[in-house]
Design a protein around this ligand. Structure first.
Ligand code: DON
Length: 319
């Protein structure tokens, strides 16, 4: 009330224009275009394939939503980007660069071969090996304290208290032999100094945090806004940490499809196997999308289409 919504207070077009583009992104990307729900985590196979939500959060705090933008789902791999930011904030650019690296593996997110080909180096924090090595660096003497630090940190990015989806956590904890193998392999190379099974447990919980497309948009807007959450006003991480995190997301956020994503959309992003994708337009906005049907690399099909539309319609491509 009292705000002239035809005049832009941010760096995007006016409020009504952004609102219309978010609705158009939803409408145009809604039809089914292939893809399948993830099923290697049993509970994810039960997801409703028709769910679809789109949300844009601007750095001025305005939020625009369409479809199922408030529906909860597990954050999965998108957590990797935000845990990486928290660890960079704690340990600094050099230490983290030396420990987990920044280069793309060119292989699937849960590849064991990638570790073996690189002399036990986890390569980057967006694949499971690098994410496990990153979670191991979270502050906290015990796994319980590390988990609390993860939950609290991601909640500050979202601007509300995020909760564990216990059903997803238990489903994944019962079937995550591959991640346990990756953590044990990293330990054998001296790449993690903690008990590997405890680190896998913290990581599995971090992946089972429940978020909505709206939460992802606000989390992304915090990275777009130099680490300041535009809704709460809290400085969550430094601007330098945002720069590091966005560089790593640009190179690795969509796994072996990161090059294609950058070519089509031109923005740093991060996907998760429950169907979420967060995208950052630096200095402008965060985009959160959710739809469970995935391509073969594990990226939401509708989510990619909606984000591509928004990048073009709002002129967000950084290149
Ligand atoms: O570790 C896993 O396999 C899952 N918790 C997360 C994987 C994931 O989200 C990959 N993304 N597209």
């Amino acid at each position: 009330a009292g705000v002239d919504q035809s005049v832009s207070t941010g760096v995007l077009p006016g409020w009504e224009a952004v609102e219309a583009h978010v609705v158009a992104a939803y409408e145009r990307s809604r039809t089914r275009a292939g893809g399948a729900v993830a099923d290697y985590i049993p509970i994810l196979a039960a997801a409703d394939p028709e769910l679809f939500g789109v949300c844009v959060a601007e750095v001025n705090g305005e939020v625009h939503s369409a479809g199922d933008a408030e529906v909860g789902f597990s954050i999965q791999s998108i957590s990797k980007a935000f845990v990486y930011a928290l660890v960079c904030e704690e340990l600094g650019h050099e230490v983290v660069h030396e420990r987990v690296g920044v280069n793309n593996t060119g292989l699937a997110f849960n590849s064991v071969v990638a570790i073996e080909l690189n002399d036990g180096h986890p390569m980057n924090p967006m694949v499971n090996a690098g994410a496990l090595a990153t979670t191991a660096l979270m502050p906290g003497r015990t796994p319980e304290l590390q988990w609390e630090a993860v939950r609290d940190g991601l909640s500050r990015f979202a601007g509300r208290s995020l909760q564990l989806d216990t059903v997803v956590y238990e489903s994944e904890a019962a079937t995550n032999q591959r991640n346990r193998a990756i953590a044990a392999l990293l330990e054998s190379y001296g790449r993690i100094q903690r008990d590997p099974s405890e680190i896998v447990d913290v990581y599995t919980k971090q992946c089972a945090l429940r978020v909505s497309a709206r939460d992802l948009a606000v989390m992304g807007a915090t990275l777009a806004d130099g680490g300041v959450n535009p809704v709460t006003g809290e400085q969550v991480v430094s601007a330098a940490v945002c720069r590091d995190t966005l560089a790593v997301m640009a190179a690795n956020g969509l796994y072996e499809r990161s090059g294609e994503w950058l070519f089509e959309i031109g923005l740093p992003g991060k996907s998760g196997v429950a169907g979420g994708i967060v995208t950052i337009a630096p200095g402008k906005a965060g985009i959160g999308v959710f739809s469970p049907l995935l391509d073969v690399a594990g990226n939401s099909v509708r989510g990619q289409r909606a984000t591509a539309y928004l990048s073009r319609a709002l002129g967000l491509n950084i290149f």
